[in-house]
Write a protein that binds this ligand. Structure first.
Ligand code: BGP
Length: 462
């Protein structure tokens, strides 16, 4: 069967500034939270590889762009590092940082690759970290200033903008699960952080409109559908609804519909958590919804009602327990379940509950350990597993589009191997291999050749 996608469907890839650029002390870039965290806790990073060594896009961007084109990447989302563009809390602009991103955008355009720019991908400048980061309301104005500088500098060359990548990850992993800095567990601080991020995003949308920018502005949300163990059991169903509320709807509803779910407010009230809303905030959120949505999808969440008592400081886990089942299809390198039908469920949710606004898969991909083992005699990684992974998800996306989903693209994470935060280079995601032991030499993988045909012919046969 042929899976043919709509005309002008955007086939591309996603990465981010902090995960690809390297050069973290060059071009007057200010340190960000990752530079700082690595400086005090290098042992938390796989093989002690920190953010200064990430794939060297800073120096080799022309080569990466040439190779991405050869792998069929027609649109590319990366992020502008706030710490490269704004030097301090006073908002001083760094001309060297601005120049770098101009050069990247121009090189992408010359190669016929559509640039898509994100303004925040987990990379808070350290000068804000030391003032409490998103816990501090002053950051809303500072972020809006940064966004405004970027819109005015690059707005004539860039159509697709993104305010935040996976905003929930910041409170979730920094203020509950301790995988990002400041690695604490504090529900009230998490709520403050989450709220100020949403307000920042809405203020950036407002600024985009105020400036009369010609492009479109969206947000990238990691939608992780929750499936309960027993759909006949009311408690299991409730657990999955609560999980959906916390991890998906907390940013999806205000960003797309302009309002927070009332059930979320009830949940926070029941835990005596307060949201630091000031007069006028909710109007800003209501009036500044996004033009389009990016959806990052990697794995589902399997939940059931708690059977063991919850102990310890308040966490989302108070409301659910995970479950596993025999025959679960896993990517054992990353420890994530592979469940392709979720793509269809996400599409139908957007269609039915979020006005079928335009959206695209902004990230989906498969991280694999020790990929060298799959190299053939010529040194090409034979990553058939990645091709199968992509196809599996595209089949469900195709079905959803045939049923009216308003999806305009598919971006793989990632076009080239890049740095995975504290996992550093443990798992490789790219269509292109990057050898960090050999000057970040870039080579094509089998999946890169396959992706070229996919994007060139706008579909695949199976
Ligand atoms: C997403 C992030 C990316 C990327 C990806 C893969 O959540 O937006 O930055 O890292 O996940 O996950 P990981 O790198 O943790 O394996």
């Amino acid at each position: 069967m042929r899976y043919q996608f709509p005309e002008n469907f955007m086939w591309g890839g996603a990465s981010s500034g902090p995960q690809s650029e390297g050069g973290s002390c060059e071009g007057r870039k200010a340190p960000n939270e990752w530079d700082y965290w690595f400086s005090i806790n290098p042992e938390r990073f796989y093989n002690n590889v920190g953010p200064s060594r990430t794939s060297d896009f800073y120096h080799k961007y022309k080569e990466y762009i040439k190779m991405m084109k050869e792998a069929g990447v027609k649109s590319y989302r990366t992020s502008i590092q706030w710490s490269r563009v704004i030097l301090n809390r006073e908002g001083e602009v760094n001309p060297e940082g601005i120049q770098f991103y101009h050069k990247v955008i121009d090189a992408l355009r010359e190669a016929g690759i559509e640039p898509m720019l994100c303004l925040h991908h987990f990379d808070l400048p350290y000068y804000w970290v030391e003032k409490g980061g998103f816990e501090n309301r002053d950051i809303v104005e500072a972020y809006t200033h940064f966004a405004s500088v970027c819109f005015q500098e690059f707005g004539k060359k860039v159509t697709y903008w993104t305010t935040f990548n996976e905003p929930i990850i910041i409170p979730e992993t920094g203020y509950f699960y301790q995988r990002h800095y400041p690695a604490v567990c504090d529900a009230q601080r998490a709520v403050n952080v989450g709220y100020h991020i949403q307000l920042s995003s809405s203020c950036a949308v407002r600024e985009f409109k105020r400036l009369g920018m010609p492009g479109k502005i969206g947000i990238v949300i990691n939608l992780t559908p929750s499936y309960c163990e027993n759909p006949q059991d009311e408690k299991d169903v409730q657990a999955s609804k609560t999980v959906d509320l916390i991890f998906n709807r907390s940013f999806l509803d205000p960003s797309v519909l302009g309002v927070y779910p009332k059930e979320l407010k009830e949940l926070l009230d029941s835990e005596n958590l307060t949201v630091p809303v000031k007069e006028g905030d909710l109007d800003i959120i209501r009036q500044n919804t996004v033009d389009y949505l990016g959806v990052n999808y990697y794995h589902p969440r399997r939940v059931k009602a708690r059977v063991t008592p919850f102990e310890g400081p308040l966490m989302p886990d108070k409301y659910f327990e995970p479950y596993t089942f025999a025959g679960q299809k896993m990517n054992t390198s990353r420890g994530w379940e592979i469940y392709e039908p979720a793509v269809y469920d996400i599409a139908m949710n957007i269609k039915e509950n979020y006005g079928n606004l335009p959206w695209y898969i902004s990230e989906n991909g498969m991280g694999i350990m020790d990929e060298e083992q799959f190299m053939d005699a010529e040194g090409m990684v034979q990553d058939d597993y990645r091709i199968e992974f992509i196809k599996g998800h595209l089949k469900y996306l195709h079905k959803a589009i045939e049923e009216g989903a308003n999806c305009f693209g598919y971006h793989l994470w990632a076009p080239f191997d890049c740095w995975s935060w504290s996992n550093a280079y443990k798992n490789r995601y790219g269509l292109l291999r990057v050898d960090i032991t050999d000057g970040c030499k870039i080579t094509m993988k089998k999946s890169g050749k396959w992706f070229y045909t996919l994007s060139d012919t706008n579909g695949f046969d199976e």
